[in-house]
Ligand binder design. Structure first.
Ligand code: IFM
Length: 468
Protein backbone atom coordinates (compact mmCIF):
# COMPACT_ATOMS: atom_id res chain seq x y z
CA UNK A 1 0.00 0.00 0.00
CA UNK A 2 1.37 3.46 -0.86
CA UNK A 3 0.73 6.54 1.24
CA UNK A 4 -1.30 9.18 -0.57
CA UNK A 5 0.35 12.55 0.04
CA UNK A 6 -1.96 15.53 -0.33
CA UNK A 7 -0.94 19.17 -0.14
CA UNK A 8 -2.72 21.55 2.27
CA UNK A 9 -4.67 23.23 -0.52
CA UNK A 10 -6.10 19.94 -1.75
CA UNK A 11 -6.95 18.98 1.82
CA UNK A 12 -8.73 22.28 2.36
CA UNK A 13 -10.61 21.98 -0.96
CA UNK A 14 -11.67 18.44 -0.10
CA UNK A 15 -13.22 19.59 3.16
CA UNK A 16 -16.03 21.45 1.35
CA UNK A 17 -19.13 19.70 0.02
CA UNK A 18 -19.18 19.19 -3.75
CA UNK A 19 -21.98 21.75 -4.26
CA UNK A 20 -20.28 24.42 -2.14
CA UNK A 21 -20.35 27.78 -3.97
CA UNK A 22 -17.05 29.64 -4.28
CA UNK A 23 -17.26 33.18 -5.61
CA UNK A 24 -16.22 36.78 -5.29
CA UNK A 25 -18.27 39.91 -4.67
CA UNK A 26 -18.43 43.57 -5.69
CA UNK A 27 -20.97 46.40 -5.52
CA UNK A 28 -22.24 48.75 -8.23
CA UNK A 29 -21.09 52.14 -6.92
CA UNK A 30 -17.71 50.74 -5.93
CA UNK A 31 -16.81 49.48 -9.42
CA UNK A 32 -19.07 50.69 -12.23
CA UNK A 33 -18.28 54.37 -12.83
CA UNK A 34 -20.36 55.77 -15.74
CA UNK A 35 -22.49 57.66 -13.25
CA UNK A 36 -24.26 59.79 -15.82
CA UNK A 37 -24.56 57.31 -18.68
CA UNK A 38 -27.54 55.65 -20.31
CA UNK A 39 -30.06 57.45 -18.15
CA UNK A 40 -28.61 56.82 -14.68
CA UNK A 41 -29.47 59.59 -12.22
CA UNK A 42 -27.48 60.51 -9.09
CA UNK A 43 -27.48 58.42 -5.96
CA UNK A 44 -26.81 59.60 -2.42
CA UNK A 45 -23.20 58.48 -2.84
CA UNK A 46 -22.62 60.78 -5.82
CA UNK A 47 -23.63 63.87 -3.89
CA UNK A 48 -22.02 62.73 -0.62
CA UNK A 49 -18.66 61.99 -2.26
CA UNK A 50 -18.77 65.37 -4.00
CA UNK A 51 -18.85 67.17 -0.63
CA UNK A 52 -15.36 68.22 0.53
CA UNK A 53 -14.07 66.22 3.47
CA UNK A 54 -16.48 63.31 3.20
CA UNK A 55 -14.19 60.85 1.39
CA UNK A 56 -10.41 60.48 1.75
CA UNK A 57 -8.57 62.40 -1.00
CA UNK A 58 -11.90 63.69 -2.34
CA UNK A 59 -12.29 60.42 -4.28
CA UNK A 60 -15.63 59.66 -5.94
CA UNK A 61 -17.21 56.78 -7.85
CA UNK A 62 -17.36 58.78 -11.07
CA UNK A 63 -14.99 56.43 -12.87
CA UNK A 64 -14.32 53.80 -10.17
CA UNK A 65 -12.78 50.82 -12.00
CA UNK A 66 -14.78 51.50 -15.16
CA UNK A 67 -16.56 48.17 -14.91
CA UNK A 68 -19.60 49.54 -16.77
CA UNK A 69 -17.45 49.69 -19.90
CA UNK A 70 -15.16 46.75 -19.14
CA UNK A 71 -17.76 44.22 -18.04
CA UNK A 72 -17.03 41.58 -20.71
CA UNK A 73 -13.29 41.51 -19.99
CA UNK A 74 -13.95 41.55 -16.24
CA UNK A 75 -16.15 38.48 -16.62
CA UNK A 76 -13.40 36.87 -18.69
CA UNK A 77 -11.04 37.52 -15.80
CA UNK A 78 -13.48 35.83 -13.40
CA UNK A 79 -13.62 32.89 -15.75
CA UNK A 80 -9.81 32.70 -15.92
CA UNK A 81 -9.77 32.57 -12.12
CA UNK A 82 -12.32 29.76 -12.19
CA UNK A 83 -14.94 31.50 -10.06
CA UNK A 84 -18.09 29.46 -9.61
CA UNK A 85 -20.24 32.48 -8.72
CA UNK A 86 -20.16 36.26 -8.84
CA UNK A 87 -22.08 38.50 -6.46
CA UNK A 88 -22.70 41.99 -7.88
CA UNK A 89 -25.14 44.70 -6.94
CA UNK A 90 -27.66 46.48 -9.09
CA UNK A 91 -27.65 50.25 -9.16
CA UNK A 92 -31.19 51.35 -8.36
CA UNK A 93 -30.74 54.81 -10.02
CA UNK A 94 -29.50 53.10 -13.17
CA UNK A 95 -32.51 50.78 -13.43
CA UNK A 96 -35.19 53.12 -12.09
CA UNK A 97 -33.89 56.69 -12.23
CA UNK A 98 -35.21 58.72 -9.35
CA UNK A 99 -36.37 55.59 -7.55
CA UNK A 100 -39.91 55.51 -8.87
CA UNK A 101 -41.75 55.32 -12.15
CA UNK A 102 -40.86 53.44 -15.32
CA UNK A 103 -37.82 51.28 -15.75
CA UNK A 104 -34.83 52.68 -17.63
CA UNK A 105 -34.33 50.09 -20.36
CA UNK A 106 -30.63 50.78 -21.11
CA UNK A 107 -29.79 50.56 -17.39
CA UNK A 108 -31.58 47.26 -16.95
CA UNK A 109 -30.02 45.98 -20.18
CA UNK A 110 -26.55 46.31 -18.64
CA UNK A 111 -27.44 43.81 -15.90
CA UNK A 112 -29.24 41.60 -18.39
CA UNK A 113 -26.01 41.41 -20.43
CA UNK A 114 -23.95 40.86 -17.28
CA UNK A 115 -26.14 37.93 -16.21
CA UNK A 116 -26.00 36.30 -19.64
CA UNK A 117 -22.25 36.85 -19.96
CA UNK A 118 -21.72 35.18 -16.59
CA UNK A 119 -23.97 32.25 -17.49
CA UNK A 120 -22.16 31.82 -20.83
CA UNK A 121 -18.95 31.43 -18.81
CA UNK A 122 -20.48 28.99 -16.34
CA UNK A 123 -20.45 31.53 -13.49
CA UNK A 124 -23.55 31.67 -11.28
CA UNK A 125 -24.97 35.22 -11.06
CA UNK A 126 -25.91 36.46 -7.59
CA UNK A 127 -27.44 39.92 -7.40
CA UNK A 128 -27.90 42.33 -4.50
CA UNK A 129 -30.68 44.87 -4.96
CA UNK A 130 -29.48 47.50 -2.53
CA UNK A 131 -25.83 48.07 -1.75
CA UNK A 132 -26.17 51.63 -0.45
CA UNK A 133 -26.80 53.71 -3.61
CA UNK A 134 -30.22 55.18 -2.86
CA UNK A 135 -31.59 57.33 -5.72
CA UNK A 136 -31.05 60.95 -4.68
CA UNK A 137 -34.69 61.91 -5.29
CA UNK A 138 -35.76 59.42 -2.62
CA UNK A 139 -33.34 60.94 -0.12
CA UNK A 140 -34.70 64.38 -0.98
CA UNK A 141 -38.15 63.01 -0.14
CA UNK A 142 -36.86 61.91 3.29
CA UNK A 143 -34.78 58.82 2.53
CA UNK A 144 -34.92 55.61 4.55
CA UNK A 145 -36.37 57.31 7.65
CA UNK A 146 -39.53 57.73 5.50
CA UNK A 147 -41.89 54.77 5.27
CA UNK A 148 -42.59 55.37 1.58
CA UNK A 149 -38.98 54.47 0.69
CA UNK A 150 -39.75 50.86 1.71
CA UNK A 151 -42.66 50.74 -0.74
CA UNK A 152 -40.51 52.26 -3.50
CA UNK A 153 -37.84 49.61 -2.85
CA UNK A 154 -40.37 46.80 -3.15
CA UNK A 155 -41.56 48.14 -6.50
CA UNK A 156 -38.00 48.26 -7.81
CA UNK A 157 -37.30 44.76 -6.44
CA UNK A 158 -40.31 43.31 -8.25
CA UNK A 159 -39.19 44.90 -11.52
CA UNK A 160 -35.70 43.43 -11.28
CA UNK A 161 -37.00 40.00 -10.23
CA UNK A 162 -39.33 39.92 -13.20
CA UNK A 163 -36.52 40.80 -15.61
CA UNK A 164 -33.65 38.72 -14.21
CA UNK A 165 -35.09 36.36 -11.62
CA UNK A 166 -35.26 33.32 -13.90
CA UNK A 167 -31.47 33.41 -14.37
CA UNK A 168 -30.24 34.44 -10.91
CA UNK A 169 -28.84 31.81 -8.57
CA UNK A 170 -29.33 34.10 -5.61
CA UNK A 171 -31.12 37.40 -5.05
CA UNK A 172 -30.25 39.44 -1.97
CA UNK A 173 -32.54 42.28 -0.95
CA UNK A 174 -30.25 44.42 1.22
CA UNK A 175 -26.54 44.49 1.90
CA UNK A 176 -25.69 45.34 5.52
CA UNK A 177 -28.73 47.41 6.57
CA UNK A 178 -26.87 48.19 9.80
CA UNK A 179 -24.42 50.30 7.78
CA UNK A 180 -27.11 52.01 5.71
CA UNK A 181 -29.02 52.99 8.85
CA UNK A 182 -26.38 53.75 11.45
CA UNK A 183 -23.43 54.94 9.36
CA UNK A 184 -25.69 56.76 6.90
CA UNK A 185 -28.15 58.43 9.28
CA UNK A 186 -26.57 57.97 12.75
CA UNK A 187 -22.91 58.99 12.70
CA UNK A 188 -22.84 60.37 9.17
CA UNK A 189 -19.70 58.54 8.04
CA UNK A 190 -21.57 57.23 5.00
CA UNK A 191 -24.08 58.78 2.62
CA UNK A 192 -26.34 60.62 3.09
CA UNK A 193 -24.20 61.84 6.00
CA UNK A 194 -26.94 62.59 8.48
CA UNK A 195 -26.35 62.52 12.26
CA UNK A 196 -29.71 61.89 13.85
CA UNK A 197 -30.10 58.90 16.17
CA UNK A 198 -33.90 58.78 15.92
CA UNK A 199 -33.75 58.97 12.12
CA UNK A 200 -31.21 56.13 12.04
CA UNK A 201 -33.60 53.85 13.95
CA UNK A 202 -36.44 54.80 11.61
CA UNK A 203 -34.11 54.07 8.68
CA UNK A 204 -33.23 50.65 10.12
CA UNK A 205 -36.92 49.81 10.45
CA UNK A 206 -37.85 50.98 6.95
CA UNK A 207 -34.89 49.10 5.47
CA UNK A 208 -36.16 45.92 7.14
CA UNK A 209 -39.74 46.68 6.11
CA UNK A 210 -38.47 47.29 2.58
CA UNK A 211 -36.74 43.91 2.72
CA UNK A 212 -40.00 42.19 3.71
CA UNK A 213 -42.08 44.01 1.10
CA UNK A 214 -39.41 43.33 -1.52
CA UNK A 215 -39.49 39.63 -0.61
CA UNK A 216 -43.25 39.61 -1.34
CA UNK A 217 -42.74 41.39 -4.67
CA UNK A 218 -39.89 39.04 -5.65
CA UNK A 219 -41.88 35.90 -4.77
CA UNK A 220 -44.80 37.20 -6.84
CA UNK A 221 -42.62 38.02 -9.85
CA UNK A 222 -40.22 35.10 -9.75
CA UNK A 223 -41.27 32.43 -7.24
CA UNK A 224 -38.30 30.11 -7.72
CA UNK A 225 -35.46 32.62 -7.37
CA UNK A 226 -33.47 31.79 -4.21
CA UNK A 227 -33.98 34.78 -1.93
CA UNK A 228 -32.07 36.13 1.06
CA UNK A 229 -30.74 39.15 2.93
CA UNK A 230 -27.14 39.96 3.82
CA UNK A 231 -26.31 41.13 7.34
CA UNK A 232 -22.93 42.26 8.63
CA UNK A 233 -22.58 40.41 11.89
CA UNK A 234 -19.99 40.70 14.64
CA UNK A 235 -19.25 38.16 17.31
CA UNK A 236 -19.05 40.29 20.43
CA UNK A 237 -16.88 39.43 23.41
CA UNK A 238 -15.92 41.10 26.68
CA UNK A 239 -12.45 42.67 26.63
CA UNK A 240 -11.44 40.56 29.63
CA UNK A 241 -9.06 37.67 30.17
CA UNK A 242 -10.65 34.25 29.58
CA UNK A 243 -12.50 33.08 32.72
CA UNK A 244 -12.26 36.48 34.49
CA UNK A 245 -14.88 36.74 37.21
CA UNK A 246 -14.15 39.98 39.06
CA UNK A 247 -16.80 42.33 40.43
CA UNK A 248 -16.97 44.35 37.19
CA UNK A 249 -17.74 41.27 35.08
CA UNK A 250 -21.45 42.11 34.98
CA UNK A 251 -20.73 45.54 33.52
CA UNK A 252 -18.69 43.92 30.74
CA UNK A 253 -21.44 41.40 30.06
CA UNK A 254 -23.92 44.23 29.80
CA UNK A 255 -21.67 46.04 27.30
CA UNK A 256 -21.60 42.82 25.26
CA UNK A 257 -25.38 42.52 25.46
CA UNK A 258 -25.87 46.08 24.25
CA UNK A 259 -23.42 45.91 21.34
CA UNK A 260 -24.60 42.46 20.28
CA UNK A 261 -28.15 43.76 20.60
CA UNK A 262 -27.88 46.73 18.27
CA UNK A 263 -25.35 45.17 15.85
CA UNK A 264 -26.73 41.67 15.47
CA UNK A 265 -30.02 40.90 17.21
CA UNK A 266 -31.72 44.13 16.03
CA UNK A 267 -31.61 42.63 12.54
CA UNK A 268 -31.54 38.86 13.11
CA UNK A 269 -34.52 38.75 15.48
CA UNK A 270 -37.08 40.49 13.23
CA UNK A 271 -35.83 38.73 10.08
CA UNK A 272 -36.30 35.39 11.84
CA UNK A 273 -39.79 36.26 13.12
CA UNK A 274 -39.09 37.30 16.70
CA UNK A 275 -39.73 41.02 16.36
CA UNK A 276 -37.36 43.54 17.91
CA UNK A 277 -35.48 42.33 21.02
CA UNK A 278 -37.16 43.82 24.11
CA UNK A 279 -33.89 44.62 25.91
CA UNK A 280 -32.63 46.68 22.95
CA UNK A 281 -36.00 48.43 22.62
CA UNK A 282 -35.34 49.57 26.22
CA UNK A 283 -31.72 50.53 25.41
CA UNK A 284 -32.81 52.83 22.58
CA UNK A 285 -35.87 54.29 24.31
CA UNK A 286 -34.17 57.60 25.16
CA UNK A 287 -33.42 58.04 21.45
CA UNK A 288 -36.69 56.84 19.95
CA UNK A 289 -40.03 55.40 21.04
CA UNK A 290 -40.09 53.51 17.70
CA UNK A 291 -43.45 55.11 16.90
CA UNK A 292 -42.85 54.30 13.21
CA UNK A 293 -43.33 50.54 13.80
CA UNK A 294 -46.90 49.81 12.69
CA UNK A 295 -49.10 46.79 13.34
CA UNK A 296 -48.16 43.96 11.02
CA UNK A 297 -44.70 45.32 10.13
CA UNK A 298 -42.86 42.61 12.02
CA UNK A 299 -44.82 39.92 10.16
CA UNK A 300 -43.82 41.50 6.85
CA UNK A 301 -40.16 41.64 7.89
CA UNK A 302 -40.26 37.94 8.82
CA UNK A 303 -40.74 36.86 5.20
CA UNK A 304 -39.56 33.26 4.65
CA UNK A 305 -36.07 33.19 3.17
CA UNK A 306 -34.09 30.57 1.27
CA UNK A 307 -30.76 31.61 2.78
CA UNK A 308 -29.04 34.08 5.06
CA UNK A 309 -26.03 36.02 3.77
CA UNK A 310 -23.45 36.97 6.39
CA UNK A 311 -20.60 39.43 5.90
CA UNK A 312 -17.78 38.94 8.37
CA UNK A 313 -14.60 40.97 8.83
CA UNK A 314 -13.68 41.06 12.52
CA UNK A 315 -14.85 40.66 16.12
CA UNK A 316 -16.00 43.35 18.55
CA UNK A 317 -14.19 43.34 21.91
CA UNK A 318 -16.09 45.60 24.25
CA UNK A 319 -15.79 47.16 27.69
CA UNK A 320 -18.11 49.41 29.70
CA UNK A 321 -17.64 53.05 28.75
CA UNK A 322 -15.54 55.55 30.65
CA UNK A 323 -18.61 57.27 32.10
CA UNK A 324 -20.30 54.96 34.59
CA UNK A 325 -24.05 55.21 34.59
CA UNK A 326 -24.33 56.01 30.90
CA UNK A 327 -24.86 53.59 28.05
CA UNK A 328 -21.40 54.21 26.59
CA UNK A 329 -19.26 51.34 25.43
CA UNK A 330 -15.60 51.18 24.48
CA UNK A 331 -14.25 49.06 21.65
CA UNK A 332 -10.87 47.54 22.46
CA UNK A 333 -8.11 45.79 20.53
CA UNK A 334 -6.24 42.64 21.57
CA UNK A 335 -2.97 43.33 19.83
CA UNK A 336 -3.68 40.87 17.03
CA UNK A 337 -2.38 41.61 13.53
CA UNK A 338 -4.63 44.09 11.76
CA UNK A 339 -5.54 44.77 8.15
CA UNK A 340 -5.05 48.19 6.53
CA UNK A 341 -8.52 49.09 7.85
CA UNK A 342 -7.20 48.58 11.40
CA UNK A 343 -9.45 45.54 11.84
CA UNK A 344 -8.01 42.64 13.82
CA UNK A 345 -7.63 39.39 11.92
CA UNK A 346 -9.71 36.79 13.74
CA UNK A 347 -10.82 33.73 11.73
CA UNK A 348 -12.23 32.14 14.88
CA UNK A 349 -14.70 35.04 14.93
CA UNK A 350 -16.14 33.77 11.65
CA UNK A 351 -16.60 30.35 13.19
CA UNK A 352 -18.17 31.84 16.32
CA UNK A 353 -20.66 34.11 14.57
CA UNK A 354 -21.91 31.47 12.12
CA UNK A 355 -22.14 28.88 14.87
CA UNK A 356 -24.15 31.32 16.99
CA UNK A 357 -26.59 32.04 14.15
CA UNK A 358 -27.01 28.32 13.63
CA UNK A 359 -27.51 27.62 17.33
CA UNK A 360 -29.80 30.55 18.15
CA UNK A 361 -31.98 30.93 15.05
CA UNK A 362 -34.05 28.65 12.82
CA UNK A 363 -31.96 26.49 10.52
CA UNK A 364 -31.24 28.29 7.23
CA UNK A 365 -28.52 27.72 4.64
CA UNK A 366 -25.78 30.28 5.26
CA UNK A 367 -23.62 31.94 2.64
CA UNK A 368 -20.70 34.12 3.62
CA UNK A 369 -21.45 36.86 1.11
CA UNK A 370 -18.34 38.92 1.99
CA UNK A 371 -15.07 38.23 3.72
CA UNK A 372 -11.71 39.73 2.91
CA UNK A 373 -8.98 42.15 3.85
CA UNK A 374 -7.42 45.43 2.74
CA UNK A 375 -3.64 45.64 2.62
CA UNK A 376 -1.24 48.23 1.17
CA UNK A 377 -0.44 46.24 -1.94
CA UNK A 378 2.30 47.23 -4.35
CA UNK A 379 3.08 45.99 -7.82
CA UNK A 380 6.55 44.47 -7.82
CA UNK A 381 9.19 45.26 -10.44
CA UNK A 382 8.29 41.98 -12.08
CA UNK A 383 4.66 43.07 -12.36
CA UNK A 384 3.27 40.74 -9.68
CA UNK A 385 1.47 41.68 -6.51
CA UNK A 386 2.70 39.64 -3.56
CA UNK A 387 0.09 39.77 -0.80
CA UNK A 388 0.97 37.00 1.65
CA UNK A 389 -1.15 38.53 4.43
CA UNK A 390 -4.28 38.33 2.26
CA UNK A 391 -3.47 34.72 1.31
CA UNK A 392 -3.15 33.90 5.02
CA UNK A 393 -6.38 35.78 5.77
CA UNK A 394 -8.33 33.84 3.15
CA UNK A 395 -6.83 30.54 4.17
CA UNK A 396 -7.58 31.10 7.85
CA UNK A 397 -11.18 32.08 7.19
CA UNK A 398 -11.78 29.26 4.72
CA UNK A 399 -10.38 26.81 7.26
CA UNK A 400 -12.96 28.17 9.70
CA UNK A 401 -15.66 27.55 7.05
CA UNK A 402 -14.43 23.99 6.61
CA UNK A 403 -14.66 23.41 10.37
CA UNK A 404 -18.20 24.79 10.38
CA UNK A 405 -19.16 22.40 7.59
CA UNK A 406 -17.61 19.50 9.49
CA UNK A 407 -19.53 20.52 12.63
CA UNK A 408 -22.87 20.45 10.85
CA UNK A 409 -23.45 24.16 10.31
CA UNK A 410 -25.19 24.49 6.90
CA UNK A 411 -22.59 26.66 5.18
CA UNK A 412 -23.34 26.65 1.47
CA UNK A 413 -20.98 29.18 -0.06
CA UNK A 414 -18.26 31.80 0.32
CA UNK A 415 -17.74 35.03 -1.62
CA UNK A 416 -14.39 36.75 -1.24
CA UNK A 417 -14.52 40.52 -0.88
CA UNK A 418 -13.60 41.74 -3.30
CA UNK A 419 -13.03 40.57 -6.84
CA UNK A 420 -10.92 43.66 -7.52
CA UNK A 421 -9.72 46.84 -5.83
CA UNK A 422 -12.43 49.47 -5.77
CA UNK A 423 -13.95 52.57 -4.17
CA UNK A 424 -13.93 51.77 -0.46
CA UNK A 425 -16.66 54.28 0.49
CA UNK A 426 -15.40 56.95 2.93
CA UNK A 427 -11.85 55.58 2.49
CA UNK A 428 -11.97 56.19 -1.26
CA UNK A 429 -9.36 54.28 -3.28
CA UNK A 430 -6.85 54.30 -0.41
CA UNK A 431 -7.86 50.83 0.81
CA UNK A 432 -7.41 47.88 -1.50
CA UNK A 433 -9.56 44.80 -0.84
CA UNK A 434 -9.22 43.15 -4.24
CA UNK A 435 -7.98 39.73 -5.22
CA UNK A 436 -7.14 41.57 -8.42
CA UNK A 437 -5.06 44.74 -8.30
CA UNK A 438 -6.33 47.73 -10.27
CA UNK A 439 -4.00 50.47 -11.45
CA UNK A 440 -6.37 53.42 -11.18
CA UNK A 441 -4.40 55.48 -13.75
CA UNK A 442 -4.55 52.87 -16.50
CA UNK A 443 -7.34 50.56 -15.24
CA UNK A 444 -4.95 47.63 -15.75
CA UNK A 445 -6.03 44.54 -13.82
CA UNK A 446 -3.35 42.31 -12.25
CA UNK A 447 -4.35 39.21 -10.29
CA UNK A 448 -2.54 39.29 -6.94
CA UNK A 449 -0.95 36.19 -5.41
CA UNK A 450 -4.17 35.81 -3.40
CA UNK A 451 -6.15 35.53 -6.63
CA UNK A 452 -3.83 32.77 -7.83
CA UNK A 453 -4.13 31.01 -4.46
CA UNK A 454 -7.94 31.23 -4.49
CA UNK A 455 -8.00 30.07 -8.10
CA UNK A 456 -5.86 27.04 -7.22
CA UNK A 457 -8.17 26.19 -4.32
CA UNK A 458 -11.22 26.34 -6.58
CA UNK A 459 -9.48 24.18 -9.20
CA UNK A 460 -8.60 21.61 -6.52
CA UNK A 461 -12.24 21.62 -5.38
CA UNK A 462 -13.47 21.05 -8.95
CA UNK A 463 -10.88 18.30 -9.52
CA UNK A 464 -12.02 16.63 -6.31
CA UNK A 465 -15.59 16.57 -7.58
CA UNK A 466 -14.55 15.09 -10.93
CA UNK A 467 -12.44 12.41 -9.23
CA UNK A 468 -15.21 11.42 -6.84
O1 IFM B 1 -16.42 47.52 0.82
C1 IFM B 1 -17.31 47.13 1.81
C2 IFM B 1 -18.58 46.58 1.22
O2 IFM B 1 -19.17 47.47 0.33
C3 IFM B 1 -19.58 46.27 2.30
N1 IFM B 1 -18.99 45.42 3.32
C4 IFM B 1 -17.71 45.81 3.84
C5 IFM B 1 -16.73 46.08 2.72
C6 IFM B 1 -15.36 46.48 3.30
O3 IFM B 1 -15.49 47.61 4.09
Amino acid sequence: MTDVVTDPLTTLAASFPSDFVFGAATAAYQIEGAIAEDGRTPSIWDTFAAQPGRVVNGDTGEVAVDHYHRMPSDVELMSDLGLGAYRFSISWPRVQPGGSGPVNAPGLAFYDRLVDTLLDRGIAPWATLYHWDLPLELEQAGGWPERDTAARFAEYAGTVAEALGDRLHGLITLNEPWCSAFLGYGNGIHAPGRTDGAASLAAAHHLLLGHGLAAQAIRAASPTTPLGITLNLYPTSPALPEGYDGPDRAAYDDAVRRVDGISNRWFLDPVFGRGYPADVVEDVRTTSALEFVQDGDTDVIAAPLDFLGINYYTRHMVAPGAYPGTASVEFRKRGLPTTAMGWEVDPQGLYDVLRRVHDDYPETPIYVTENGAAYDDVVSVGGQVHDPERVAYLQGHLEAMARLAADGVPVAGYFAWSLMDNFEWAEGYAKRFGLVHVDYATQARTPKDSAHWYSALLAAHRDGILDA
